[in-house]
Ligand binder design. Structure first.
Ligand SMILES: Nc1nc2c(ncn2[C@@H]2O[C@H](COP(=O)(O)OP(=O)(O)OP(=O)(O)O)[C@@H](O)[C@H]2O)c(=O)[nH]1
Ligand SMILES: [Mg+2]
Length: 374
């Protein structure tokens, strides 16, 4: 076990130093705040040191003849020709095999316990009021790392709203480019949001058109046909990305063209590559990624791996009215480092959409739906 003291200006800085030097498995043993002319924090951390990685450590702990590599027992056939392996190991006895399995289970348990201790250890380094704040943030589903950053600077709830306001960026306006493509997982509300945004744009005197890009050929265009008919907006349906160009020419007299895409699982092979084709057409396109505020946090974070390959300009959060916690809005806008364009708060077209300031957004995330009126 390696034990070391770290000194830094803040706990976060000290924790970053611990992580950098000792890795994620480090455990905080103690912490101390030192006042004076140069106030600082001192954190003592420990790590169960593993110079050769997991396998190396398992070998060290394995009973039996010294330096007998466990992997050789499994990978070298007893009948292998001489010289095929560095040494010819004797087969593992049943009792040895059982004790190795037991040791592996114990090590797994130990690692889990260490990880829990580490998380609790980080928390324990905080003064009481900040610990309460951290619990408040976690309850609102704000990612732990971000929560640490927030409660380090903030004294009370209003300070936290102010700190979060500084971190959150919102779009001043949308539709700066001629075309807006709406992407996002299935059923998040892409078509409905386009209807809402189109209605607003028309109210502001802009001439709008809609293209339904149905490359998956699921034929789900009826909903959009109805919206376009009611609002008197021309609609084109395209099933191959290169054909988009023809639609763009057709709508050359329009100020704004919305492109509705078919919802797909971002993990689907080829989906993101297919969307990339849009940007090769040489038409100025603004990309809006829609995410449902009540989606599973893990799925949202995982889908970032795929969507980040696209030139996203802003994020729209839908179904805010159905969410109980709003931490994902903060987590995702920080993860993508993109501004929030709008939030949608219901099924009604066109009214259930709003364009909050960073401060109102921070209020929603930290104080809840009642504060925002949803
Ligand atoms: N509660 C609530 N429902 C919404 C909101 N936005 C959309 N919906 C509903 O969500 C459902 C799916 O909306 P769509 O607009 O069809 O979603 P989509 O992303 O176009 O779906 P796919 O094209 O199938 O991927 C519909 O029943 C919408 O009325 C919202 O802000 N709040
Ligand atoms: Mg749709």
């Amino acid at each position: 076990m390696k034990i070391k003291k770290f000194q830094a200006r803040t706990f976060s800085e000290a924790l970053v130093m611990v992580k950098q030097e000792m890795g994620n498995d480090a455990v905080i043993l103690s912490s101390d705040e030192q006042s004076g002319l140069r106030p600082c924090v001192e954190v003592t951390a420990a790590v169960d040191y593993e110079p050769q990685g997991r396998q190396g450590r398992a070998n060290q702990l394995t009973p039996g003849p010294p330096a007998r590599p466990m992997t050789a027992d499994r990978t070298v056939h007893p009948a292998a020709p001489k010289g095929a392996a560095p040494s010819s190991p004797r087969p593992e006895t049943a009792a040895e095999g059982e004790s190795i399995r037991q040791l592996k289970t114990d090590i797994g348990e130990l690692k889990k316990t260490l990880a829990q201790m580490r998380d609790r250890g980080y928390e324990m380094t905080l003064p009481e009021d900040r610990r309460k704040m951290l619990a408040y943030l976690k309850k609102r589903r704000i990612d732990e790392d971000l929560a640490f950053g927030l409660c380090e600077k903030a004294g009370g709830l209003d300070d936290m709203v102010a700190a979060m306001t500084d971190h959150l960026e919102t779009c001043g306006s949308i539709g700066a480019r001629k075309a807006i493509v709406m992407i996002g997982p299935t059923g998040v509300g892409k078509t409905t949001t386009i209807a809402k945004l189109s209605a607003r744009a028309m109210k502001n005197g802009r001439k709008v058109a809609i293209i339904n890009l149905d490359t998956y050929r699921i034929g789900a265009i009826e909903q959009m046909r109805i919206y376009s008919r009611i609002m008197g907006i021309p609609l084109d349906v395209v099933s191959e990305i290169p054909d988009l160009k023809k639609s763009f020419s057709k709508f050359s007299d329009r100020d704004l063209i919305f492109i509705d895409t078919t919802g797909r699982n971002p993990r689907d092979a080829g989906y993101i590559e297919e969307l990339r084709g849009i940007y090769r057409l040489g038409v100025p396109v603004e990309t809006h990624l829609l995410m449902s505020a009540h989606s599973d946090g893990d799925f949202m974070a995982e889908s970032h791996k795929y969507y980040r390959e696209l030139p996203i300009d802003c994020i729209g959060f839908t179904k805010v009215d159905e969410a109980a916690r709003f931490g994902s809005l903060y987590n995702l806008s920080r993860l993508y480092r993109k501004p929030v364009g709008y939030i949608t708060t219901g099924q009604r077209v066109p009214q259930d959409i709003s364009f909050p300031t960073s401060e109102r957004l921070a209020g929603l995330i930290l104080k809840g739906g009642e504060y925002y009126g949803v």
